[in-house]
Design a protein around this ligand. Sequence first.
Ligand code: ADP
Ligand code: MG
Length: 688
Amino acid sequence: MADLKQSVQYIKGVGPNRAAAFNSIGINTVEDLLTHFPREYEERSKRKKIAELQNGEEATITARVVAEVSVNRIRKNMTILKTIVEDDTGRCTVTWFNQVYIKQNIKRGETYHFFGKFSNNFGRIEVNTPVFDKVGQEKNTGKMMPVYSSTYQLSQTAIRQAVENALKTVKGDLPETIPEYLLQEYQLMDRMMALSQIHFPHSKEEQLRARKRLVFEEFFLLQLALLELKNQNEQVQGIAFDKNIKMSDVINQLPFKLTKAQLRVLEEIDNDMESNKNMNRLLQGDVGSGKTVVAIVAAYKAVKSGYQVAVMAPTAILATQHLEEFQKMLQPFGINCRLLLGATKPKEKQEILEQLENGEIDVIIGTHSLISENVTFAKLGLAITDEQHRFGVKQRATISSKGQNPDVLVMTATPIPRTLALIVYGDLDISIIDELPPNRKKIETYAVTKRMEERVNGFIRQNIAEGRQVYVVCPLVEEKEGEEDEGKAELKSVKEWTEKYQHEVFPEYRVACVYGKMKPKEKDSIMEQFKNGEIDILVSTTVIEVGVNVPNASIMVVENAERFGLSQLHQLRGRVGRGQYQSYCILKYNSKCSDVARERMKTMQETNDGFVIAEKDLELRGTGEFFGTKQHGLPEFKIANIFVDMPMLKSVQSVAQKIEAEDPGLQSEKNGLLRKAVDEKLKQQISL
Ligand code: ADP
Ligand code: MG
């Protein structure tokens, strides 16, 4: 069996230098190289007759050389080689620059294929520096050529060569991952064929069939692995929290009545907590649907049953806000809640760490700092993460490993369609809060262009005069990739907008800004001032996009809204409308934006329903609009595109579920290959 884990250096023609270049772009093993899929293809298969060539057309012609190659040295460092070729329809002048060796390779009277970009000026047909092959020795013309992402140290030719050799090396003993019966049923290419056709396709059709097989494989193995993980979790002996501790005791003390949806998910959580099975539950609910209070009630149950609770939030601002709410509702029950942030002073941190270890602290709320190694618990029973799509499976596992199989509750504010939830959170059970607390006013949303600026500013002025506050979110200044780091770009953008709002537009009001790289203390102090109404207009980028709670803020202005994704806009809008005031979201967009961006504006104006927006988001992204998958916390795929390949994902999921149901644990012989591949996947991606 071919050893795919061998170093790339093992491939013929790859020496230490080239191997180092491959390593520098993350290609270490033979497998890495084989799964370094082409970024695109150069279409060299289009064949044309000379007389048919359009100006600017890329094509391959087959033509006989009818003149000796002339070599003209026109100055130092510049030699021009020219010849004339013809087919039965016409003639074409071919030119090369400085490639003197070509004189040896192109012989008068012989026929070659030439691929290049042709010009046709009123019948005068020419091509510069074409790629060519002698007829009968086709190598670089007449087919689809893979184009790889690379670095300057690695030419396309070098990569193609290495891939070709790697394919030769593994040919005949490449391990298959999908059993024959499934290949048959879903008409999939075998793995070897798919790998060779994805790199060097014989035709567009073959390339698409290869891609189909590889996308299937990528989705399928991940989905199976997640289902498997879920099965494994269900076997784990967990904590059975005390049945005599009633959630209703704390629910009855809340300042408001819980919604039906909140009560329903609490019942699901309560059942999980009381059973001796491990809870691994995802709590999905739109911004403002009241997830925090659900977490608070669950924490109450855990603490009163004799356990500690950890609550992990994505930002310090949110953690601080959670602490306030937890304290407000749990202190009356004698529950001790504390905050641990990266910025917590060493002395205080020391004290907190000690009290966590000896059990004096019941609920600890914090950021990533909670998963750092030196945090140990006396008796961690419930781990809650408020994800906003930022923690992965691994981090969830790290926090759980700090207790003896604590129950895990994952909260997310981005409603995602079921299909996506299954591949992002396939290892979890799902609870959904699909109802907002009563008397929430619908946030009125307006998409406006530059022409409306004056009116918008007037509207803002009027609202501030009535005592309200305003958020302004601006996009990052677009920098050429790699030129400046995100932090700098962000700062520049925020500073410019703040300047504009303070000095040009609203000199009479108090304008301030927050940004990601700001010192936490400074950030907290500004947020505090905004909360206390000492700041009228707060400018930021999306770095603090998560659900900050300032009920008095009633307007969300998004600058260059066309640059934001739908889910992101929806998240931003969720920052207003948290109090009793009618709230507004004003999306300022560039009138020259794309149709898809316009469609996003329209969707935002039409609906406030997060699930509807999530579906629409997927649909629009499927049309080729990408905002990166990071924000969604989606797994990174090598070939699949979760948006474009959504129909495939759906069918793969039903296959995976069917197989797991028929053959739990993939124990049967016919699924032996899958068993191995899934184990491998679990090892790579999921376990620690
Ligand atoms: P989420 O975290 O889901 O975005 P929060 O938990 O921050 O939402 O809740 C938003 C606001 O609504 C908070 O001020 C919270 O106290 C309040 N709230 C939550 N549930 C209810 C309810 N059932 N009735 C009235 N207000 C509620
Ligand atoms: Mg929240």
